[in-house]
Write a protein that binds this ligand. Structure first.
Ligand code: 5GP
Ligand code: ZN
Length: 113
């Protein structure tokens, strides 16, 4: 399958991996939008948020749990951080393997930015 993030999971292309376990991989975003910008993905290929099934609910919780853990490890959990998942064209999704953006180390505005 021609999926960029599956290639990272399978070590076909390099990435700065900051966490991995049986179900989840986390690595630095190549184009960071904050002092810390990490992408947290399931090892399993799921193209978009629309493709999540009941069987994936625990996996989605693992993504969020990993984000919170990394935020604490990086020292910005208490200051706060932003977690984003983009879906399809209007959501700004560019890589079609679901990923949670964890961004921290600066203040964010809302909405956008
Ligand atoms: P999306 O726009 O789909 O929500 O986010 C995709 C993210 O993947 C972007 O923030 C982009 O910088 C990042 N990205 C794209 N290609 C690569 C890559 O080859 N390696 C890494 N580490 N990140 C990538
Ligand atoms: Zn994939």
């Amino acid at each position: 399958m021609d999926c960029l993030f599956c290639k990272i999971v399978n070590r076909g292309i390099p990435a700065d991996i900051v966490h991995e376990d049986e179900h989840v991989l986390a690595f630095s975003d190549i184009n960071p939008q904050a002092p810390t910008h990490i992408l947290i993905i399931p090892r399993q290929h799921i193209a978009t948020l629309n493709d999540i099934e009941m069987a994936d609910l625990a996996l989605m919780g693992r993504l969020q749990y990993t984000a919170a853990r990394l935020a604490r490890e990086r020292g910005f959990a208490e200051d706060g951080y932003r977690v984003v998942m983009n879906c399809n064209d209007h959501g700004g999704q560019t890589v079609y393997h679901i990923h949670m953006h964890l961004m921290g180390g600066r203040r964010f505005t809302w909405p956008a930015g």
